[in-house]
Ligand binder design. Sequence first.
Ligand code: S3P
Length: 187
Amino acid sequence: MSEFPELASPTAGQNIVLVGFMGCGKSTVGREIGLQLNYKLIDTDVLIEDSVGKPISDIFAESGEEYFRGLETDLLEQIKARNSTHKIISTGGGLPVREANRAWLKKLGYVVWLRASVDTVMKRTATSSHRPLLQTDNARQKVEEMLATRNPIYHEVADLSINTDDLKISETVHGIIESANYHFSNY
Ligand code: S3P
């Protein structure tokens, strides 16, 4: 049978990994990319909650943040061990903080950092009560501090960064798919 390379998806089934701070839109953008590329969405927070059988806020309260970070590392190793392709992997905001996790992310696929300003994060997380790290009296200051620490980490792991502050979901999705296609066609 003839092959028509120009008709094949240039992403060639390679995974796309989304990183970024809480509220930057990873889950929503991930879902939409999944629909457009016919990729399965893997949301690390959802998988961890399903496997433990508890919401993340309970895991933090009962076993602490380090325990949760260990679950994130275990999960990444399992995803990599399955040699997954055609996946869009949406990661919890703190997952890239561990160096070992960053190494796994780079092996898993094309890493996209969805950037967001403090104002945007505050706006998008205002009604959320399921993020234990933001359940504090001065959430804005906490977000400022965490962004200052984490932005260089996201920057280090990412192949591409997109400032989502003024973008519609559809624009962010379009940008990611175009860039991933270009990246993989030169791979
Ligand atoms: C966290 C982000 C959350 C979740 C947990 C810890 C973080 O995921 O993994 O509450 O450390 O930034 P989202 O970024 O999907 O909200």
